[in-house]
Write a protein that binds this ligand. Structure first.
Ligand SMILES: CC(C)(COP(=O)(O)OP(=O)(O)OC[C@H]1O[C@@H](n2cnc3c(N)ncnc32)[C@H](O)[C@@H]1OP(=O)(O)O)[C@@H](O)C(=O)NCCC(=O)NCCS
Length: 379
């Protein structure tokens, strides 16, 4: 008897695999909530440490809780010397995302998870930022800047990245960028972290899975690719560029989303940041802004009726260029800011863990007979 073909949801589109209270992505209305709090309120009012606390604890902290959480994050900032050596060794021979994955795996292999997993989550959130800053600083200058205890998380991140104390505006912008990227429900990298965690592997290994999944250009890698595409479009007829790209089966990076079929609310906020910095922006950033706004208008005419709108990655690159950050660091920064989201989902999944193991519908043959190699017919 032949099996009847089950419904196959390509890309697991629309498949629910668990209940979660962490994040609501309202794709139809373009809204996003972390534990019920609208993203625009968090981006305007909160800070990355507080949002990390929220994601790890399900509620906002009071003053003393936030202070001790910050203290624990601060205590985890330093990176082991061996890891700095490896980052230095790889910096001229590899890419920042590969180095990040290697460094995080190495940090995990140098220590064992303690019985209090909560501490390990906090360490990972802190360490990822330090590693990304070290990768950026070592590849740019060959030097590692040690963390500075007197600084908050984002200020310290920029300090370690640039080797000098950042100005207030850079800290405020980066704080908002980290909050906006901190969590996004069961996206590909988070799902990847959960798959690894579901085998009861450890938190570092789960985070490494997430980092390597984030890297792809259809996911977190889109921020760098979008910036490169904007640079490539400069001075060209953008409508024709879009038509040619789509005709060749390509994608316009920074547009479209599996869940949002409306304007990504994070893109709205990042676009606002980009517009607000224009008076002080360099010629490069002003030119990028002109190009990105023209592209947005072209895409609105051509594909918004199909539910393809700007996503979080479209305006991120020009904002990071305003902060003088190189494109190859965009996705590593995305990873550093997404760390609390990954950890929050791993923690939630482990509360009622079940090995994740979907099923494929087999369409091959069965019952073939093995033929020794010397008796097989050639092509
Ligand atoms: C993110 C993404 C993978 C989600 O796509 P998805 O839900 O799997 O949808 P599909 O890839 O099946 O695309 C559906 C249709 O929209 C089109 N489409 C989707 N995104 C597009 C884009 N950025 N540019 C051009 N066309 C796009 C597809 O070509 C397809 O068209 P068709 O039905 O005529 O074949 C997709 O929008 C994309 O590739 N975007 C560019 C990369 C990017 O910015 N990623 C970051 C996401 S936050």
């Amino acid at each position: 008897m032949t099996e009847s073909k089950p419904e196959i949801r390509s890309g697991l589109d629309g498949v629910y695999f668990m209940e979660s209270a962490i994040c609501k992505v309202d794709g139809a209305n373009g809204r996003l909530y972390y534990y019920g709090y609208p993203i625009d309120e968090l981006a305007a009012e909160s800070n990355f440490e507080e949002v990390s606390y929220l994601l790890m604890n399900g509620r906002l902290p009071n003053l003393s809780e936030l202070s001790s959480f910050r203290e624990r994050m601060r205590a985890a900032r330093a990176i082991p010397g061996e890891v700095i050596d490896v980052i230095t060794e790889l910096s001229e021979r590899s890419t920042p995302m590969h180095i990040l994955s290697t460094a995080v795996d190495m940090i995990g292999s140098l220590k064992r998870e303690g019985p209090d997993r909560k501490s390990t989550y906090i360490e990972i959130i802190s360490e990822l930022s330090s590693v990304v800053a070290a990768i950026g600083s070592i590849s740019a200058t060959g030097r590692y800047t040690r963390p500075e205890d007197s600084l908050g998380h984002i200020e310290n991140f920029l300090y370690m990245l640039k080797g000098e104390r950042p100005n207030k505006e850079s800290v405020e912008i980066m704080e908002r960028m980290f909050i906006l990227h901190a969590e996004h429900s069961s996206n590909a990298s988070t799902f990847s972290a959960i798959v690894t965690a579901s085998t009861l592997s450890d938190i570092y290994s789960s985070t490494v899975s997430a980092i390597n999944t984030l890297k792809g250009p259809l996911h977190g890698g889109a921020d760098e690719m979008a910036l490169r595409m904007l640079n490539d479009m400069r001075g060209k007829d953008i409508a024709r560029y879009v038509d040619n790209t789509i005709a060749l089966g390509g994608r316009i990076m920074g547009f479209g989303h599996r869940v949002y079929k409306s304007y990504d609310p994070r893109a709205t906020i990042i676009k606002g940041i980009l517009e607000s910095v224009q008076p002080k922006a360099s010629a490069e950033v002003r030119e990028l802004t002109k190009t990105v706004l023209s592209l947005e208008a072209v895409m609105r005419d051509k594909v918004s009726s199909k539910g393809i709108w700007p996503n979080v990655d479209l305006f991120t690159g020009p904002v990071y260029r305003y902060l003088d950050i190189l494109p190859e660091l965009f996705t590593p920064i995305f990873a550093a800011s997404r760390a609390p989201g990954w950890c929050s989902h791993i923690q939630e999944y482990w509360k009622s863990n079940k090995l994740l193991r979907p099923t494929v519908f087999y369409t091959g043959e069965v019952g073939k007979r093995y033929v020794p190699i010397e008796k097989r017919q050639g092509e």
